[in-house]
Design a protein around this ligand. Structure first.
Ligand code: FES
Ligand code: FES
Length: 166
């Protein structure tokens, strides 16, 4: 006798609906990477502590490694792949490229997604707000200075004109 296959879940990811045959308790990160082939979100600690796996759920940054897939049915999930395209990168992605803000790059998914969520709710975020927002995201390469500079550049690009001038 075959073991019963898990019921499928309908997940809305990057604007498309996907049916995935996974248990509701499966970590969202595993579903994104293994079932949907989205490798932007990274597996770092698997414990919700490093931020490498960050995605947006209804526009709010969340750690996909500790979120059960069954808990996000009916929600809008955005991974790094849904943020921008190669031809039209999100302003945060553009700024990271312009500032060359990476060494190994493993933490960048989390940094970019956190920054995108921050600037969506506060386009005028200053350096203190950016540092606060990113303080829970770990970068083992010590690229923090360049990362903060990149997010500041993105903030300058998305904020209403003149918002950053004293
Ligand atoms: S892998 Fe999810 S927080 Fe570290
Ligand atoms: S650039 Fe390597 S972990 Fe941040």
């Amino acid at each position: 006798m075959h073991a019963p296959s898990p019921p499928s879940l309908r997940l809305c990811v990057n604007g498309a609906v996907h049916e995935v045959g996974v248990a509701p308790t499966a970590p969202l990160l595993a579903v994104l990477r293994n079932d949907l082939g989205l490798n932007g979100p990274k597996y770092g600690c698997g414990l919700g502590e490093c931020g490498a796996c960050t995605v947006l759920i209804d526009g709010v940054a969340a750690r996909a490694c500790v979120i059960p897939a069954g808990g996000v049915v009916g929600r809008e999930i955005t991974s790094l792949e849904g943020l921008g395209t190669r031809a039209m990168p999100h302003p945060v992605q553009r700024a990271f490229i312009d500032e060359q803000a990476a060494q190994c790059g493993y933490c960048l998914n989390g940094m970019v997604m956190m920054a995108a969520a921050l600037l969506a709710r506060d386009p005028c975020a200053d350096e203190a707000a950016i540092r606060r927002e990113l303080s829970g995201n770990l970068c083992r390469c010590g690229t923090h200075v360049e990362i903060v500079r990149a997010v500041l550049r993105a903030a300058t690009n998305v904020a209403p004109s003149g918002a950053h001038t004293p």
